[in-house]
Ligand binder design. Structure first.
Ligand SMILES: *Cc1c(COP(=O)(O)O)cnc(C)c1O
Length: 396
C-alpha cells in the first residue's frame, strides 16, 4: 500500500467513501466547522488547553499495562492493554468530546447537541457541557432510554436535556436523524458533537484527530517498556471505529505493524449482528458513504449486538477504505465470545472490560496462533465494564 497515506482528500473522501451527503442548509455549517478546526487545531493556545484538560480532567496519559497472566494463558508473546477504561467517564469517548467542545467555544456556539445509543457518548457530551456551562440537548431512542435508564439519569444530573426519538426502531439511528433535524433548524447557535468517526466531512477526520493521542501515547510507552516504539500487532473493537482509528492512525505508515479491527457478530453472521464490514455493502448513512447493513431495497437493517456501543448498522468511512486497501484486517466476534472475553480478562488481570472491549479480547484466540510467538500485541481497552454488569449477570 501507499506509505504516503494521506486521507481524507479535500472533499473528505477516503477513496470512494466519506464525503458529505447532507441537506443543502448544512453545507455552510460543515464548512465553518472545518475552517474552525483547521484554524484552531494547529494553534498553540488551543493545543495547550486541550492537552491540559486531557491531563488534569480526563486523566491522561492512560496507563499501558503489561497483561502478564493473559499472555501466559493464551501462550502469546507479550500482550499490553491501553487503558482507555481509566479515562474520566470510563471510556475513550471523552477525548473527542473535549476536543469538540473547545472548538464549539472558539466558534462562539452556545448550544450543544448530540446523539447517543447506550448513552455513553451522551454522558461524555453532557460532562463537558457541564464543565463549560453550555446548554446541552441529547437525542436518544425511546427504546434505548428504557434500556439505559441509568445513563439517562446521569445525563440529567449533569444538566442535559434528554429528548426521546420515537420514530423507527427508536434506537441510535433514529436519534441521529433527530439530531441532524435539530441542527438543520438551529444552525447558527448550535454545535453538533458527533460521537464516533462517522457522519459527514469533516467529522471523521476531526474525531480521528482528537483520538490519535491514544496511538501517540502507545508509541512512547512501548518504547519505554520494550525499547521499541512499534508493536507487531494492534487490536481494537469497532463500532463506529473511533477508539480503533485513534490507536491505529499513527501506525498506518508502518506496514510491519499488523492491525485488527473487531466488529460484533451478535448471534452469528447468519443471524442478527452488527458486522458492517464483514457483511455489509456500500451506501449512504448519516451523511457519509461507507459500508452499511441494508436490505436489497437499500432500507437500513436493524443491527444487533450484546454491546450497545457496537450496535450500529454503519461504520466510519476510513475503516471501509482501510479494509479495501488491505491495511487493516476486520474480524467479527459473537455475543457469546464477548462474554467469554469479559470473564477471561476479569479472571487473568483483575480488569472487568466493557462488553465492546471484550470483542477485541475474544479475537485473541484467532489472532495469537496466526502471529509470531514472541509478538508484542497491544489491545485498546476502550472502556470499563461497570455499565454492563446487569447485562453480564443476565447472561451468565
Ligand atoms: C462507544 C464505545 C465503543 C464503540 O465506539 P467506537 O467509535 O467504535 O470506538 C467501544 N468501546 C466502548 C467502551 C464504548 O463506549
Amino acid at each position: 500500500m501507499n506509505l504516503n497515506y494521506n486521507a481524507p482528500d479535500e472533499n473528505g473522501r477516503f477513496g470512494p467513501y466519506g464525503g458529505a451527503f447532507v441537506p443543502e442548509i448544512l453545507i455552510p455549517e460543515l464548512r465553518s466547522v472545518q475552517a474552525a478546526f483547521e484554524q484552531f487545531w494547529p494553534d498553540a493556545e488551543f493545543q495547550n488547553q486541550y492537552l491540559h484538560l486531557l491531563k488534569t480532567y480526563v486523566g491522561r496519559p492512560t496507563a499501558l499495562t503489561f497483561a502478564e497472566r493473559l499472555s501466559e494463558e493464551l501462550g502469546a508473546g507479550r500482550i499490553f492493554l491501553k487503558r482507555e477504561d481509566l479515562c474520566h467517564t470510563g471510556a475513550h469517548k471523552i477525548n473527542n468530546t473535549i476536543g469538540q467542545i473547545l472548538l464549539a467555544r472558539r466558534m462562539g456556539k452556545t448550544r450543544i447537541i448530540a446523539e447517543t445509543g447506550a448513552g455513553q457518548h451522551g454522558v461524555a457530551t453532557a460532562t463537558v457541557a457541564a464543565r463549560f456551562g453550555l446548554q446541552c440537548v441529547v437525542y436518544m431512542g425511546a427504546e434505548d432510554m428504557r434500556r439505559q435508564a441509568l445513563n439517562v439519569a446521569r445525563m440529567q444530573l449533569l444538566g442535559a436535556e434528554v429528548r426521546p426519538a420515537t420514530s423507527g426502531s427508536q434506537t441510535l439511528k433514529d436519534a441521529t436523524n433527530e439530531a441532524i433535524r435539530d441542527w438543520v433548524s438551529n444552525p447558527s447557535d448550535t454545535f453538533y458533537i458527533i460521537g464516533s468517526v462517522v457522519g459527514p466531512h469533516p467529522y471523521p477526520m476531526m474525531v480521528r484527530t482528537f483520538h490519535q493521542v491514544i496511538g501517540e501515547e502507545v508509541q512512547l510507552q512501548l518504547k519505554d517498556k520494550t525499547g521499541r516504539s512499534l508493536p507487531d500487532v494492534l487490536i481494537a473493537c469497532v463500532g463506529g471505529g473511533s477508539n480503533a482509528i485513534g490507536m491505529f492512525y499513527p501506525f498506518i505508515p508502518h506496514p510491519e505493524v499488523k492491525m485488527f479491527g473487531v466488529e460484533a457478530a451478535g448471534e452469528g453472521l447468519e443471524g442478527q449482528h452488527a458486522a458492517t464490514l464483514s457483511k455489509g455493502s456500500m451506501g449512504v448513512l448519516h451523511g457519509a458513504m461507507s459500508y452499511l447493513l441494508q436490505d436489497h431495497e437499500g432500507q437500513i437493517s436493524l443491527a444487533h449486538s450484546i454491546s450497545a456501543g457496537l450496535d450500529y448498522p454503519g461504520v466510519g468511512p476510513e475503516h471501509s477504505w482501510l479494509m479495501d486497501l488491505g491495511r487493516v484486517t476486520y474480524l467479527a466476534e459473537t455475543d457469546e465470545a464477548a462474554l467469554r472475553g469479559v470473564i477471561l480478562l476479569s479472571k487473568t488481570e483483575g480488569i472487568i472490560p466493557a462488553l465492546e472491549t471484550a470483542h477485541a479480547i475474544a479475537a485473541l484466540e484467532k489472532i495469537v496462533p496466526e502471529v509470531a510467538s514472541d509478538s508484542v500485541i497491544v489491545i485498546n481497552c476502550s472502556g470499563r465494564g461497570d455499565k454492563d454488569m446487569q447485562t453480564i449477570m443476565d447472561h451468565l
